[in-house]
Design a protein. Structure first.
Length: 360
């Protein structure tokens, strides 16, 4: 069996390597055409901020967008958020409403989570970023800053600030171009960014001194509170997790970062259930989660066992109409935030980019 696995890996590399080379050439030509102005990009009249990454899958784009929105709001800078709405079942421009039926199906996880955290800012989805940005500016003429989610490779809109998120648990310098690896662009494309965010995710992530040609800030994940899935139930402090037995499930790109955050908060995970990124839960999945919860509760005799998931998963379950199947269980979403390792350094650097707006 081991020989067969090695043979399969060798065959995959043999096939994927030339495809990765061709893919890299195509991306490099596309970037060159934009750099030379041959492919057009649109200049909009407001400050445009792009948040993205070089890899497929999650790296912390949405948590950092939430941090940046909060930072801008604290300085009275009006900000909006635009996503293409990955995973939604709708088309065209839509402004996100918290009261829309099947909201996550209409808008996607990231946009709905952003609106839930910051209900007073305009949040929209549109697969055509140019059209979406123009529509938002028409609807909200006083907007000063527009954040484009997952838009590092989207170059049709000129940006005033390109922020690149780097997952330090899966460093880009150890990866390969798709389909051989997870890189969307060649490694040197990081130099297009104005600011690098080195996401350590948890304090257990080993730090490494690296020389970058761009300004860089280090961030990590922090669990802030537990949000009850039951209506009118209060949130719990994150200290509740200390020495507490939990069952955790999620459908995100890198579930280990979620589990690591729970462990750092002091939780003892007795069972992990991981699903695909942006997973659309079925009734069979919910029944399996219920069975596992009851089984561990009975076998281990744990009377205060908690069921934990991410905010994205909680919103997705709600949008799919699945929460009612779990309403008798103590289900909580763990609200996770990105925090700078050096807050004063982060404030100073961000003020260099946005200080002129804060003074208007």
């Amino acid at each position: 069996m081991r020989i067969l696995r090695y043979a399969w890996r060798g065959l995959y590399v043999l096939i994927a390597f030339p495809l990765a080379v061709l893919y890299g050439l195509g991306i490099s030509v596309r970037n060159w055409l934009y750099d030379k102005g041959i492919l057009p990009s649109y200049h909009l009249s407001r400050t445009i901020v792009s948040i993205g990454n070089l890899t497929l899958g999650g790296s912390g784009k949405t948590p950092f967008a939430l941090y940046l929105i909060g930072w801008l709001q604290s300085r009275r800078i009006s900000v909006g958020y635009l996503s293409r709405g990955y995973g939604r079942r709708t088309k065209g421009f839509l402004e996100v409403s918290l009261y829309s039926p099947q909201a996550t199906n209409s808008y996607g996880d990231e946009a709905f989570l952003t609106k839930a955290r910051y209900p007073d800012i305009p949040v929209a989805v549109c697969e055509d970023r140019v059209k979406g940005a123009q529509e938002l500016f028409r609807m909200y003429p006083t907007l000063q800053v527009l954040i484009l989610d997952d838009a590092y490779q989207h170059r049709r809109i000129r940006r005033d600030l390109d922020i690149l998120i780097i997952d330090m648990q899966r460093p880009i310098w150890k990866d390969w171009l798709f389909p051989l690896g997870r890189l969307r662009e060649p490694l040197h494309a990081y130099k297009r960014a104005h600011l690098l965010i080195l996401n350590r995710k948890t304090s257990a992530t080993p730090s490494k001194k690296l020389r970058w040609e761009k300004p860089a800030l280090t961030f990590r994940y922090v669990a802030e509170q537990l949000i009850s899935a039951a209506e009118n139930h209060p949130s719990l402090p994150v200290e509740t997790l200390r020495h507490r037995s939990v069952i955790a499930f999620c459908g995100i790109a890198h579930p280990e970062s979620f589990y690591d955050t729970l462990r750092e908060a002091g939780a003892y995970i007795v069972r992990r259930m991981s699903f695909a990124d942006h997973y659309l839960y079925r009734e069979a999945d919910i029944f399996e989660i219920r069975r596992e919860f009851r089984r561990y509760q009975k076998q281990l005799g744990i009377t205060d066992l908690l069921l934990l998931t991410t905010e994205k998963d909680l919103f997705r379950l709600n949008g799919l109409g699945m929460l009612g199947l779990l309403n008798e269980l103590p289900l909580y979403a763990v609200q996770i935030a990105m925090k700078p390792s050096n807050p004063s350094e982060a404030d100073t650097l961000l003020h260099k980019f946005f200080g002129n707006l804060a003074q208007t």
